[in-house]
Design a protein around this ligand. Structure first.
Ligand SMILES: Nc1nc2c(c(=O)[nH]1)N[C@H]1C(S)=C(S)[C@@H](COP(=O)(O)OP(=O)(O)OC[C@H]3O[C@@H](n4cnc5c(=O)[nH]c(N)nc54)[C@H](O)[C@@H]3O)O[C@H]1N2
Ligand SMILES: Nc1nc2c(c(=O)[nH]1)N[C@H]1C(S)=C(S)[C@@H](COP(=O)(O)OP(=O)(O)OC[C@H]3O[C@@H](n4cnc5c(=O)[nH]c(N)nc54)[C@H](O)[C@@H]3O)O[C@H]1N2
Ligand code: SF4
Ligand SMILES: [Mo]
Length: 766
């Protein structure tokens, strides 16, 4: 699987490859010499990123050569880790997992799926089969620490969570950005490299963008307007705008007039939220709310976009819903410069069969929380491990996830993970989560696997397709993760599977997928013979064959001969810098999958939730409210072991407004003791007017000071884990999503500053 290359000099090979680290999908130009990376820069010929990259793109060099990165399976033997062969590791897993499944049933196995899965072609393509064969309802993921509210509101409104509305930022003239900081995060649910450049272009063409955030972020500083908002009050702000549309006769569905259900219901519920009433609660003057609403309604190309900050709070689903309600009421949904639906190259043809929302089909055992899109809230993971009784999780599999740092009340989760009878991790590090495992299966370096951003091209602001071959051959003794998933599938199976698993199971799986597709009367291969299609596919196994299949039946595909000039994997390989398939086009009629065939503007579950908003409207608290913070050189919890990303000043600091600092007698550099219902940490203070008074901010993903980890660089600069403070009991009750922002905390000067940044709870553990 050597990459397409062009020779610059005798010894250097130039490889073109999409960066798999964040949602921006930048094209990289990677210079290698033998098995070493010499240099990484942005690929100027990539039609999407045009040479842009951030410091993390460059860090792939250090990630590839990180001596702490695992390359061999590890099996726990008493207190020690033993390197093992893959055969030993899989047979250990089978020996320990099968009895648990046989005695306690399939739901006794819990799974946690982490964020890097969506950046990994093999894991994305092979995970559904693995989860189906496991059959557990105890599936948890980073989605319920992040965007599931948006997925759920889209499932209700548009009939599917694959219909996420994406802001058309290259063509809009007016952007209201709520709870997002793309200049640090590089954008989310809005795949677009070089956000700084794109936002600048928006301004240069006479447009305007407004940021609504309790922090004056780097993005807010570039914006035309920034308004501080009190954390957790976005739904009031959004309802204030909806109210204004109706009160001032600004509703204009435009081209959507015949496609919307429930406008009257929205009008009715919005009556109680006049800007004059909600303004003081969210800290934004009524007149500002009205004027933003007016500008949104009267600018032909305008859009509201909300992200992390709007999802990870108690009204996450309501916010996600109201954002799309506003885009619909102003006629900006499915319209150029508004929010649009993508048409990715691997999009599956819909069966046109409308289905009910995938919601609340089962509940969690302890708190009875509703299932959302096949999974349960990660905020309930610890209790599902702790509480004995039917459905208790006894065995646990973590895949590309670090919930021991990423999930709320991580102290409780760490204790719970100690209790599971048997745990397997698929990961590249021995870290805060995988230290609890009994078997760790190593993931290859990102440069040793091929790549195609199946997820992010479905969230991109243009239709893009870019296939990257592996930069380095995978060493023989290693396994790519799709192979590992096939072996794991075999390991949990009730019958022992003999022979070459990566051949046999892979063939069975793809046959099933083709058979299913051939039954869909809207598919270009409807009623086609499965064996014939198999014969026409790329002769490779694994992700390449499956990707080729999806590309060929997709909207631009060759449709196995019906559209001979169409897309195949071979065509993509002839475009090493990637292909731009054009700007987003209106496609609502083709996208909607609701039973009514219309946009459901007022889903009953969401309308019913409005009472909860009213109940909290007058609540007061004398606590500080803690919000999160991302930094360009971070990637959640797992890249702090790379010197290029952690050198320089300590970034795990508590931001505090000068007025507050004076009041509680804290000075820059002091250690603050921060306490919440769930725990306490000590962190150094940074005083800044960039946070709203009453608000404090801390980044997540730090706290690399736990015993048993193997992260030699990260340990030097451990920082404190903010999720010791976040509360697993406080959730968005509709989606079960974690509340990671607006967490009530007390802040005071730490008594003993000699403790440094070590968390007090971690000290107890040591
Ligand atoms: N450098 C870097 N990039 C990343 C990541 C990373 O860790 N580091 N993580 C990746 C991941 S997994 C994701 S999901 C994306 C997230 O990408 P973004 O959504 O852009 O995430 P953040 O930068 O956390 O921005 C969230 C903003 O919400 C604000 N906020 C907090 N509470 C509230 C509130 O109640 N209301 C409002 N209106 N705002 C609020 C915060 O102050 C913050 O500025 O980033 C991705 N990219
Ligand atoms: N307080 C607070 N908490 C947060 C957030 C916040 O803003 N504030 N953000 C939340 C968000 S948006 C998210 S998405 C979650 C992320 O939560 P998680 O997904 O649980 O955490 P990550 O830090 O992304 O951990 C990724 C894990 O995958 C491993 N890994 C990396 N690459 C690969 C690979 O290719 N294969 C395999 N098998 N493993 C790999 C890493 O070593 C690491 O163990 O965190 C959430 N937690
Ligand atoms: S912005 Fe994201 S995709 Fe681009 S180089 Fe940085 S981490 Fe990679
Ligand atoms: Mo995320």
């Amino acid at each position: 699987m050597k990459s397409e290359t062009s020779k610059v000099d005798q010894s250097i090979t130039v490889n073109y490859r999409t960066c798999p680290l964040c949602e921006a999908t930048c094209g990289l130009e990677i210079h290698t010499k033998g098995q070493e990376v010499v240099h990484i820069k942005g690929d100027k010929l990539d039609p999407f990123s045009r040479g842009y990259l951030c410091p993390k793109g460059y860090s792939l060099k250090e990630l590839h050569s990180d001596p702490d990165r695992l390359t061999k399976p590890l099996i726990r033997r008493g207190e020690n880790w033993q390197e093992a062969s893959w055969e030993e590791a899989f047979s250990e897993i089978r020996m320990k997992l099968r009895p648990i499944i046989e005695n306690d049933g399939k739901h006794a196995v819990g799974v946690y799926l982490g964020n890097p899965i969506v950046h990994n072609l093999g894991l994305m393509l092979y995970m559904p089969m693995f989860l189906r064969s496991l059959g557990t309802k105890n599936i948890f993921s980073a989605s319920t620490l992040d965007q599931i509210p948006k997925q759920l509101s889209s499932e209700f409104m548009f009939g599917s969570d694959s219909n996420l509305s994406i802001p058309d930022i290259d063509r809009t003239d007016y952007l209201v950005m709520i709870g997002a900081n793309p200049l640090a995060s590089n954008g989310s649910l809005m795949t677009a490299p070089n956000m700084r450049g794109r936002l600048k272009s928006l301004q240069e063409r006479g447009g305007k963008f407004i940021v609504i955030d309790p922090v004056r972020t780097v993005t807010a500083k570039q914006a035309d307007e920034h308004h501080f908002i009190r954390p957790g009050t976005d739904a009031l702000f959004l309802f204030g705008m909806v109210h204004t549309f109706f009160a001032e006769n600004l509703v204009n569905l435009g081209h959507l007039t015949d496609s919307v259900h429930g406008v009257e219901d929205i009008e009715k519920v919005s009556r109680d939220f006049a800007p004059e009433l909600v303004g003081p609660k969210c800290g934004i003057p009524a007149e500002t709310i009205r004027s933003i609403a007016r500008e949104l309604a009267t600018t032909p190309k305008a859009v509201v976009y909300g992200r992390m900050g709007t999802c990870t709070q108690q009204f996450g689903t309501m916010n996600s819903w109201l954002i799309d309600v506003i885009n619909v009421l102003t006629g900006h949904l499915d319209s150029e410069g508004g929010v649009m639906f993508t048409n990715p190259a691997t999009r599956r043809t819909q069966t046109k069969k409308a289905r009910k929302p995938r919601y609340n089909r089962f509940q969690s055992a302890v708190r009875n929380l509703p299932e959302v899109l096949g999974e349960l809230p990660t905020s309930s993971l610890a209790e599902e491990i702790e509480s004995s009784g039917p459905g208790q999780i006894k065995a646990f599999i973590s895949m590309a996830g670090n919930p021991a740092l990423s999930a709320p009340n991580s102290e409780r989760l760490n204790k719970a993970l100690e209790k599971v009878e048997f745990m397997v991790s698929l990961d590249c590090y021995l870290n805060e989560t995988t230290r609890h495992a009994d078997v760790i299966l190593p993931a290859p370096s990102p440069l040793e696997r091929s790549h195609y951003d199946i997820t992010f091209y479905s969230l991109a602001i243009r239709n893009i397709a870019h296939y990257s071959p592996a930069v380095f051959d995978l060493p023989k003794e290693h396994k790519d993760e799709w192979e590992t998933l096939l072996h794991l599938t075999a390991a949990i199976s009730d019958q022992e599977i003999k022979g070459d698993i990566t051949q046999t199971v892979d063939d069975v799986m793809i046959k099933e997928i083709i058979k299913h597709e051939a039954k869909n009367e809207n598919s270009p291969i409807y009623e086609k013979n499965v064996v014939e299609v198999m014969g026409l596919l790329n002769e490779r196994r694994g992700p390449e064959r499956l990707l080729d299949f999806y590309l060929r039946v997709g909207p631009y595909g060759d449709h196995f001969g019906k559209n001979p000039d169409g897309l195949t994997l071979a065509v993509l390989k002839d475009h090493p810098h990637g292909m731009d398939l054009g700007a987003l086009q209106p496609r609502i009629k083709d996208s909607l999958q609701t039973p009514s065939g219309k946009i459901e503007l007022a889903p009953s579950v969401l309308i019913a939730d409005v009472d909860r908003l009213k109940e909290t409207m007058n609540s007061h608290s004398d606590h500080f409210l803690l919000v999160g913070r991302r930094d360009l050189r971070s990637n959640n919890s797992w890249m702090h072991n790379l010197p290029v990303l952690v050198k320089g000043e300590d970034r795990c600091k508590l931001w505090l407004h000068p007025v507050d600092a004076k009041r509680i007698k804290l000075q820059a550099g002091d250690q603050a003791l921060v306490q919440s219902r769930t725990g306490q940490i000590e962190v150094p203070v940074q005083i800044t007017e960039d946070v709203m008074p009453g608000i404090v901010s801390l980044p997540h993903g730090w706290g690399h000071n736990l015993p048993g980890i193997r992260l030699h660089v990260a340990e030097q600069n451990a920082g404190s884990n903010v999720n010791i403070l976040t509360d697993e009991q406080v959730i968005d009750t509709v989606s079960g999503n974690a509340v990671l922002n607006g967490v009530p905390v007390r802040v005071e000067k730490a008594v003993d500053t000699s403790i440094g940044s070590v968390t007090t709870n971690a000290l107890q553990e040591k």
